[in-house]
Design a protein around this ligand. Sequence first.
Ligand SMILES: [Zn+2]
Length: 256
Amino acid sequence: MAMAGTLFGCGGSAATEQTTVPDAAESESTQTPASSDKVVLLIDPGHDSAHPGATGIGGVKEEDLTLQLGEMLKEELQQYSNVEIYMTRETSACPYPDAASSVEDNRQRCAYAEEIGADFMISLHFNSGSGDETANGSMVLIQNTNYEPTYNEMGQELGNLILSNLSTLGFADKGLQTKDMTDDVEPEQQTYPDGSRSDYYAILHHAKLHHVPAVIVEHGFITNQEDLNRISGTENLQKLAGADAQAIVTYFGLTK
Ligand SMILES: [Zn+2]
């Protein structure tokens, strides 16, 4: 895995926030008619320059690939009329430079999802075999069945659509995964407010606390040569963006 529950963090470099927050009304349950008929999606290019992810063959960096892919996915989806697209970052910089810890950065990315009234948060990643060059394939990490059980079902449906599309590009389908929080964190981090076991991955955990369904898409292993051959280059990334976009279009019934 290229990530753990405490990764994705942001430390202390100085930069201004890249994202803008719409009117507060959009985060309330009673939305204005203008926004209520549009699907609101938050694309999260995993990691950033302050908190790098995996390094692949030839020194390719996960955080660069996720940003390129995220921009392409945004452009694909902006062709549709009934959707609003937001990004957690559009540069290599950490979006929350004032966050004191990686956990706080994660929480802020997910708080932003709630602020914009996101219907779904889609976190883009590439995987690492951690020394195992044979590890390969695509997987989608989804929220567990606790606290907001419908999010698990939503993640299954969208995740399976994404995996199916990625498999047509040649990636092995390694399926959907959930992971519960481990015992080695503070007790309040181990459970949701209802006492049920929390999700391990920080984005999935904090998105749920902010009432947003989320998935983490691990598109393939940049430490595996065959997967990397399907990932490297603008043309390949465009195909990955198309695969993600088509799944999202199908799931939400987006129209042009
Ligand atoms: Zn990652």
